[in-house]
Design a binder for this molecule. Structure first.
Ligand code: NAD
Ligand code: UGA
Length: 317
C-alpha cells in the first residue's frame, strides 16, 4: 500500500508515518514546515522516516503544490496538516487557520476526487464540541466550537463528509482529544510542564487549573487512525480519547510524581477559546474500529519524560 500523510513532519504525522513504514507500506509525506515551531525540530522528528527507503518527503503547502502528481498511485490519504493551537487562533492569525485548515483541505479533497483516491482519513479535533457540560462528548452531540481554531476544524470536517456524500470518496473523520507523548508540540501543556520540571523553571497555569482534559497518548491516536483507514465506516466521525481525564491541577501533581521534581506554579487568567472540560465517549470507535486506548496517563507521562531526557542527553554529548 502507498499512503499520503499530510503534516508528516508534525507531532502526530511523524509518528503515523513511522508506523506505516514499520508495517511495510510506502509513505509519501508532505509538509510545509510552518513556523508554529522550528524547522529543525520538525526535521528531527522525521529522522526515522527519512532513513527508511519507503519514505519520500515533499516540502510545500497543500494550497500550492502539484497534488495530482503527489496522489499518483496513492491508496489512502491521512490528512493531518493543519495549524493546530486553540488559544492563538484569534485576531490576525485566523487567516493562517482559514488557509491551512479549511482551504487546503478543500483543495486536497478536489484532487482526491479527480484522482479517484479511494479513502481519506481526516484528523479532526475535540474542539468541535465547544464549551459544554454534556459529558462524555458523543459524536451525535451538538457541535458549537468555542475557538476560531475549532470553527476551522469543524468546517473542514463538514467539507470532508461532503466529498463522501456527493462523490463517494470514502472519508472518515477522527476527533482526537488532547494528544501527548514523545514529540508533543512545544506549545502544549504536558510538554511545557515536563520541560519546566527538567529545567527547574516555573510553569504557568491558565485560570484556576480546574479545567480538565481527556489526554490521549500518541500511540493510541496512531492505532485508532490506522484502524479508521482499515475499517472505519465511510462518512462517519469517531471520537478518539485516552480515557484519562484529569484537571490541570491533577496533571501537575502527577507530573511531580513521575519526574520526582517539585513544580513552581504561576497563575494567569484563563485564555479565551479554552473550554472547561473534554471527555470522549469512545463507544463508536470501540464498536466499529475495535479501538480502546491502552496507554494510561502515568505510563504516557513516563514515556514523554524519558524521551525529553534522551534529547537532553544527546544535546550534551
Ligand atoms: P503539528 O503542528 O505538530 O503538525 C502539523 C503539521 O502540518 C506541521 O508540521 C505543519 O508544518 C504542517 N502543515 C500545516 N498546514 C499545512 C499546509 N497547508 N500544507 C502542508 N503542511 C502543512 O500538529 P499536531 O499536533 O501533530 O496536529 C496534527 C493534526 O491533528 C492537526 O490536524 C490537528 O488539528 C489535529 N489534532 C491535534 C491534536 C493534538 O492534541 N495535538 C488534537 C486534536 C486534533
Ligand atoms: C489540544 C491541541 O493543542 C489542539 O491542537 C487540539 O485540537 C485539542 O487539544 C483537541 O483536543 O482538540 P488543548 O486541549 O488546549 O488543545 O491542549 P493543551 O495545550 O495541552 O492544554 C491543556 C490545558 O492546559 C488547557 O486547559 C490549557 O489552558 C492548559 N495550559 C496549557 C496551561 O494551563 N498552561 C500552559 O502552559 C499550557
Amino acid at each position: 500500500m502507498r499512503y499520503l500523510v499530510t503534516g508528516t513532519a508534525g507531532f502526530v504525522g511523524s509518528h503515523l508515518a513511522e508506523q506505516l513504514l514499520a508495517q511495510g507500506s510506502e509513505v509519501v509525506g508532505v509538509d510545509a514546515f510552518l513556523d508554529n515551531y522550528s524547522r529543525e525540530r520538525k526535521l528531527s522528528q522525521l529522522t526515522g522516516a527519512l532513513e527508511h527507503p519507503g519514505f519520500r518527503l515533499v516540502e510545500g503547502l497543500l494550497q500550492e503544490i502539484d497534488l495530482a502528481g503527489l496522489l499518483e498511485g496513492v491508496d489512502h490519504v491521512f490528512h493531518l496538516a493543519a495549524v493546530p493551537g486553540v488559544r492563538p487562533s484569534w485576531g490576525k492569525a485566523f487567516q493562517d487557520y482559514a488557509d491551512n485548515n479549511l482551504l487546503a483541505t478543500q483543495r486536497l479533497l478536489e484532487a482526491c476526487r479527480e484522482r479517484e483516491v479511494p479513502r481519506l482519513v481526516y484528523a479532526s479535533s475535540s474542539s468541535v464540541y465547544g464549551d459544554t457540560d454534556q459529558l462524555p462528548m458523543h459524536e451525535d452531540a451538538l457541535t458549537l466550537p468555542f475557538s476560531p481554531y475549532g470553527v476551522t476544524k469543524l468546517a473542514a470536517e463538514h467539507m470532508v463528509r461532503l466529498y463522501y456524500r456527493n462523490f463517494g470518496l470514502e472519508t472518515v473523520s477522527l476527533r482526537y482529544f488532547t494528544v501527548y507523548g514523545s514529540r508533543q508540540r512545544p506549545d502544549m501543556a504536558i510538554q511545557r510542564f515536563l520541560l519546566a520540571a527538567a529545567e527547574g523553571s516555573s510553569v504557568t497555569v491558565f485560570g484556576d487549573g480546574e479545567q480538565s482534559r481527556d489526554f490521549t497518548h500518541v500511540a493510541d491516536i496512531v492505532d485508532a487512525t490506522l484502524r479508521a483507514a482499515a475499517r472505519g465506516t465511510p462518512g462517519r466521525v469517531y471520537n478518539v480519547g485516552g480515557g484519562s481525564r484529569v484537571t490541570v491541577n491533577e496533571l501537575l501533581a502527577l507530573i511531580e510524581q513521575v519526574t520526582g521534581r517539585r513544580l513552581s506554579v504561576e497563575r494567569t487568567p484563563a485564555k479565551p477559546g479554552d473550554v472547561r472540560a473534554t471527555l470522549a465517549d469512545c463507544s463508536s470507535a470501540r464498536q466499529d474500529l475495535d479501538f480502546s486506548p491502552r496507554v494510561s496517563l502515568k505510563e504516557g507521562l513516563e514515556e514523554q519524560w524519558a524521551w525529553l531526557n534522551s534529547l537532553a542527553g544527546r544535546a550534551s554529548q
